[in-house]
Design a protein. Structure first.
Length: 224
Protein backbone atom coordinates (compact mmCIF):
# COMPACT_ATOMS: atom_id res chain seq x y z
CA UNK A 1 0.00 0.00 0.00
CA UNK A 2 2.91 2.40 -0.68
CA UNK A 3 3.88 3.22 2.85
CA UNK A 4 1.18 1.39 4.81
CA UNK A 5 2.08 -2.09 5.94
CA UNK A 6 -1.36 -3.69 6.11
CA UNK A 7 -2.59 -7.00 4.72
CA UNK A 8 -6.33 -7.10 5.36
CA UNK A 9 -6.68 -10.71 4.23
CA UNK A 10 -4.42 -11.91 7.02
CA UNK A 11 -5.86 -9.94 9.94
CA UNK A 12 -6.96 -12.29 12.71
CA UNK A 13 -10.64 -12.14 13.46
CA UNK A 14 -12.29 -11.94 16.86
CA UNK A 15 -9.16 -11.80 19.01
CA UNK A 16 -9.34 -8.17 20.09
CA UNK A 17 -12.77 -6.59 19.94
CA UNK A 18 -13.63 -2.95 20.57
CA UNK A 19 -17.05 -4.04 21.88
CA UNK A 20 -17.99 -0.46 22.35
CA UNK A 21 -20.44 2.41 22.38
CA UNK A 22 -19.72 5.16 19.85
CA UNK A 23 -21.66 8.12 18.51
CA UNK A 24 -21.35 11.38 16.57
CA UNK A 25 -23.81 14.27 16.68
CA UNK A 26 -24.30 17.42 14.63
CA UNK A 27 -24.79 20.59 16.65
CA UNK A 28 -25.16 24.28 15.88
CA UNK A 29 -21.48 25.02 15.23
CA UNK A 30 -20.09 21.68 14.09
CA UNK A 31 -19.98 18.07 15.22
CA UNK A 32 -19.04 16.14 18.36
CA UNK A 33 -17.85 12.52 18.46
CA UNK A 34 -17.93 10.42 21.61
CA UNK A 35 -16.87 6.92 22.65
CA UNK A 36 -16.24 4.71 25.64
CA UNK A 37 -12.72 3.31 26.13
CA UNK A 38 -13.05 -0.45 26.76
CA UNK A 39 -11.35 -3.03 24.53
CA UNK A 40 -12.13 -6.70 25.16
CA UNK A 41 -10.64 -10.05 24.19
CA UNK A 42 -13.59 -12.37 24.73
CA UNK A 43 -14.64 -11.73 28.32
CA UNK A 44 -11.20 -10.33 29.26
CA UNK A 45 -10.74 -6.55 29.32
CA UNK A 46 -7.57 -5.99 27.29
CA UNK A 47 -7.50 -2.20 27.64
CA UNK A 48 -9.61 0.11 29.81
CA UNK A 49 -8.53 3.41 28.27
CA UNK A 50 -8.47 2.82 24.49
CA UNK A 51 -8.83 5.93 22.32
CA UNK A 52 -11.48 4.98 19.76
CA UNK A 53 -11.60 8.50 18.26
CA UNK A 54 -9.08 8.53 15.41
CA UNK A 55 -7.99 11.64 13.51
CA UNK A 56 -8.19 11.18 9.74
CA UNK A 57 -7.42 14.76 8.70
CA UNK A 58 -7.30 18.18 10.39
CA UNK A 59 -10.97 18.35 11.45
CA UNK A 60 -12.16 14.91 10.30
CA UNK A 61 -12.31 12.05 12.81
CA UNK A 62 -13.77 8.57 12.95
CA UNK A 63 -15.18 6.36 15.72
CA UNK A 64 -14.29 2.67 15.45
CA UNK A 65 -16.23 -0.44 16.46
CA UNK A 66 -15.68 -4.10 15.68
CA UNK A 67 -12.26 -5.73 15.34
CA UNK A 68 -9.54 -3.42 16.66
CA UNK A 69 -7.06 -4.66 14.05
CA UNK A 70 -9.48 -4.18 11.15
CA UNK A 71 -10.64 -0.71 12.14
CA UNK A 72 -7.10 0.52 12.82
CA UNK A 73 -5.99 -0.78 9.42
CA UNK A 74 -8.89 0.87 7.57
CA UNK A 75 -8.39 4.19 9.41
CA UNK A 76 -4.67 4.17 8.52
CA UNK A 77 -5.48 3.53 4.86
CA UNK A 78 -8.05 6.35 4.67
CA UNK A 79 -5.65 8.73 6.43
CA UNK A 80 -2.96 7.85 3.89
CA UNK A 81 -5.29 8.39 0.91
CA UNK A 82 -6.39 11.79 2.25
CA UNK A 83 -2.78 12.89 2.72
CA UNK A 84 -2.10 12.13 -0.95
CA UNK A 85 -5.37 13.76 -2.04
CA UNK A 86 -4.82 16.94 0.02
CA UNK A 87 -1.33 17.35 -1.46
CA UNK A 88 -2.95 17.68 -4.89
CA UNK A 89 -5.46 20.35 -3.83
CA UNK A 90 -4.92 24.10 -4.32
CA UNK A 91 -3.22 25.87 -1.38
CA UNK A 92 -5.59 26.39 1.55
CA UNK A 93 -8.14 23.83 0.33
CA UNK A 94 -8.80 20.72 2.44
CA UNK A 95 -10.63 17.40 1.90
CA UNK A 96 -14.28 17.37 2.94
CA UNK A 97 -15.88 14.94 5.37
CA UNK A 98 -17.92 13.56 2.47
CA UNK A 99 -14.77 12.53 0.61
CA UNK A 100 -13.30 10.86 3.72
CA UNK A 101 -16.54 8.96 4.39
CA UNK A 102 -16.71 7.73 0.80
CA UNK A 103 -13.13 6.44 0.98
CA UNK A 104 -14.11 4.55 4.15
CA UNK A 105 -17.16 3.16 2.35
CA UNK A 106 -15.15 2.07 -0.69
CA UNK A 107 -12.60 0.15 1.39
CA UNK A 108 -15.20 -1.41 3.70
CA UNK A 109 -17.46 -2.47 0.84
CA UNK A 110 -14.68 -3.91 -1.33
CA UNK A 111 -13.43 -5.95 1.64
CA UNK A 112 -16.78 -6.69 3.29
CA UNK A 113 -16.10 -10.44 3.45
CA UNK A 114 -12.80 -9.94 5.26
CA UNK A 115 -13.57 -7.07 7.65
CA UNK A 116 -15.39 -6.68 10.93
CA UNK A 117 -15.49 -2.89 10.97
CA UNK A 118 -18.25 -0.46 11.85
CA UNK A 119 -17.19 3.15 11.30
CA UNK A 120 -18.72 6.54 12.07
CA UNK A 121 -16.93 9.28 10.11
CA UNK A 122 -17.66 12.86 11.15
CA UNK A 123 -16.01 16.22 10.72
CA UNK A 124 -16.21 19.91 9.98
CA UNK A 125 -15.31 21.60 6.70
CA UNK A 126 -15.93 25.07 5.32
CA UNK A 127 -18.09 23.79 2.48
CA UNK A 128 -20.59 21.67 4.44
CA UNK A 129 -20.10 22.58 8.10
CA UNK A 130 -20.56 19.62 10.43
CA UNK A 131 -21.32 16.24 8.80
CA UNK A 132 -21.92 12.76 10.19
CA UNK A 133 -21.70 9.55 8.12
CA UNK A 134 -22.30 6.00 9.30
CA UNK A 135 -20.53 3.10 7.54
CA UNK A 136 -21.87 -0.10 9.20
CA UNK A 137 -20.84 -3.71 8.57
CA UNK A 138 -21.24 -4.50 4.87
CA UNK A 139 -19.91 -1.17 3.65
CA UNK A 140 -23.05 0.90 3.03
CA UNK A 141 -22.96 4.65 3.78
CA UNK A 142 -25.60 6.82 5.46
CA UNK A 143 -25.49 10.55 6.17
CA UNK A 144 -27.35 11.34 9.40
CA UNK A 145 -27.91 14.15 11.89
CA UNK A 146 -26.52 11.81 14.51
CA UNK A 147 -25.20 8.25 14.44
CA UNK A 148 -24.74 5.61 17.13
CA UNK A 149 -23.08 2.21 16.82
CA UNK A 150 -21.39 -0.60 18.72
CA UNK A 151 -22.70 -3.18 21.17
CA UNK A 152 -23.87 -0.52 23.63
CA UNK A 153 -25.95 1.34 21.03
CA UNK A 154 -28.78 -1.21 21.24
CA UNK A 155 -29.64 0.10 24.72
CA UNK A 156 -29.89 3.79 23.77
CA UNK A 157 -31.70 3.96 20.40
CA UNK A 158 -34.99 4.92 22.04
CA UNK A 159 -33.42 7.42 24.43
CA UNK A 160 -31.48 9.14 21.64
CA UNK A 161 -34.53 9.27 19.37
CA UNK A 162 -36.56 10.88 22.13
CA UNK A 163 -33.97 13.40 23.32
CA UNK A 164 -32.06 14.47 20.20
CA UNK A 165 -32.75 18.06 19.11
CA UNK A 166 -31.49 19.69 15.90
CA UNK A 167 -29.09 22.66 16.19
CA UNK A 168 -28.20 22.10 19.83
CA UNK A 169 -25.76 24.43 21.56
CA UNK A 170 -22.35 22.94 22.29
CA UNK A 171 -22.99 22.35 26.00
CA UNK A 172 -26.37 20.75 25.25
CA UNK A 173 -24.73 18.41 22.75
CA UNK A 174 -21.96 17.44 25.18
CA UNK A 175 -24.56 16.61 27.83
CA UNK A 176 -26.63 14.62 25.31
CA UNK A 177 -23.63 12.48 24.32
CA UNK A 178 -22.38 12.07 27.87
CA UNK A 179 -25.79 10.90 29.12
CA UNK A 180 -26.31 8.51 26.17
CA UNK A 181 -22.88 6.91 26.53
CA UNK A 182 -23.24 6.70 30.31
CA UNK A 183 -26.44 4.68 29.86
CA UNK A 184 -24.80 2.46 27.22
CA UNK A 185 -21.88 1.80 29.57
CA UNK A 186 -24.26 1.07 32.43
CA UNK A 187 -26.09 -1.70 30.54
CA UNK A 188 -23.49 -3.08 28.13
CA UNK A 189 -20.78 -5.37 29.53
CA UNK A 190 -18.48 -4.70 26.56
CA UNK A 191 -18.50 -0.93 27.15
CA UNK A 192 -16.82 0.89 29.99
CA UNK A 193 -13.92 3.03 31.15
CA UNK A 194 -13.85 6.76 30.43
CA UNK A 195 -15.92 8.75 27.94
CA UNK A 196 -13.82 10.53 25.35
CA UNK A 197 -15.15 13.30 23.12
CA UNK A 198 -13.76 15.41 20.31
CA UNK A 199 -15.40 18.70 19.26
CA UNK A 200 -14.86 19.77 15.64
CA UNK A 201 -15.73 23.34 14.58
CA UNK A 202 -14.23 26.12 12.47
CA UNK A 203 -12.06 26.91 15.52
CA UNK A 204 -10.40 23.51 15.19
CA UNK A 205 -10.25 20.48 17.49
CA UNK A 206 -11.03 20.26 21.20
CA UNK A 207 -10.70 17.03 23.21
CA UNK A 208 -12.69 16.19 26.35
CA UNK A 209 -12.55 13.28 28.78
CA UNK A 210 -15.04 12.27 31.49
CA UNK A 211 -14.21 9.77 34.22
CA UNK A 212 -16.76 7.35 35.72
CA UNK A 213 -17.38 9.51 38.80
CA UNK A 214 -18.10 12.49 36.49
CA UNK A 215 -20.67 10.86 34.23
CA UNK A 216 -22.57 9.20 37.07
CA UNK A 217 -22.23 5.49 36.27
CA UNK A 218 -20.00 3.82 38.85
CA UNK A 219 -21.39 0.31 39.11
CA UNK A 220 -18.36 -1.90 38.42
CA UNK A 221 -14.97 -2.02 40.08
CA UNK A 222 -13.24 -2.33 36.69
CA UNK A 223 -14.45 1.17 35.76
CA UNK A 224 -12.25 2.70 38.47
Amino acid sequence: MNGINVDINHLKKGEVNLGTSIMAVNFKDGVILGADSRTTTGSYIANRVTDKLTQIHDTIYCCRSGSAADTQAVADMVKYYLQIYSAQLPPGEKPTTNIAANVFQEICYNNKDNLTAGIICAGYDEKNGGSVYSIPLGGSIHQQEYAIAGSGSTFIYGWCNENYKPNMEQEQCIEFIKTALAEAIKWDGSSGGVIRMVILTKKGVERLIFYPDEYGVLTRKDDL
